[in-house]
Design a protein around this ligand. Sequence first.
Ligand code: ATP
Length: 242
Amino acid sequence: MIEVEGLTKFFTGPDGAEVAAVNDVSFVVNPGEVFGLLGANGAGKTTTLRMLCTVLRPSQGFATVAGHDIAKEPALVRRSIGFLSANTGVYDRMTAWEMVRYYGQLYGLSGSALTDRLEELFGTLQMNDFRNVPGGRLSTGMKQKVSIARALVHDPPVLIFDEPTAGLDVLVQRAVLRSIADLRGRGKTILFSTHVMTEVEKLCDRVAIMSKGTIVAAGSLPELRAEFDQPDLEELFFSLVS
Ligand SMILES: Nc1ncnc2c1ncn2[C@@H]1O[C@H](COP(=O)(O)OP(=O)(O)OP(=O)(O)O)[C@@H](O)[C@H]1O
């Protein structure tokens, strides 16, 4: 579960003034749910996710991830999450298998528990064809699968995905979205940022629409359609963020 209450992050702008990139944001994501953060460029999605991953310290507010306070228990938070973004790097000289194994070892897995976990991930993500190919020779889609496997290797209860399909071709996009849906089916808590409306419609149980650092609307898609009397979600999105 993720619980966010009044989360705020100020950055100092080029003129020295403080700007709230994220301003008093609150939401809850439950196990077995995909929660979407939808917003245009600069809305504050990445900053929100980076605070939840404990990479950035909030200026105000608090949040718990899998029951751990992001400010007081950052190490426990990090163990509880798998993080994936569009530009998670892969190492050129390690093979797909070696990279995922390396991350498993960083999380304390070893021996047959690690090997069994790798076999399971390479099977479910259909990565066996390129398990011995070095990172430098993998396609963009293959690299993204390695990044997904790496995020999942320690079987975390919470998954945080920052625009995970950006830059991928439609086939790989579908595979990534299907993997996320499978993870939901296994009871994971999933927070997913995107600016692609069709991904929200396909995948998200609930969504928060962000604009200029704040949440301007939140709920399930039927709830949002009813509340704003707008059946077309694309139109709703543009009317709320413009
Ligand atoms: N380290 C930083 N220092 C100063 N300003 C920052 C910093 N990081 C982000 N910002 C600003 O905070 C605002 C929110 O950025 P953020 O990256 O969270 O948006 P986003 O919704 O993820 O957008 P995108 O879809 O483009 O990634 C932007 O105005 C951005 O310029």
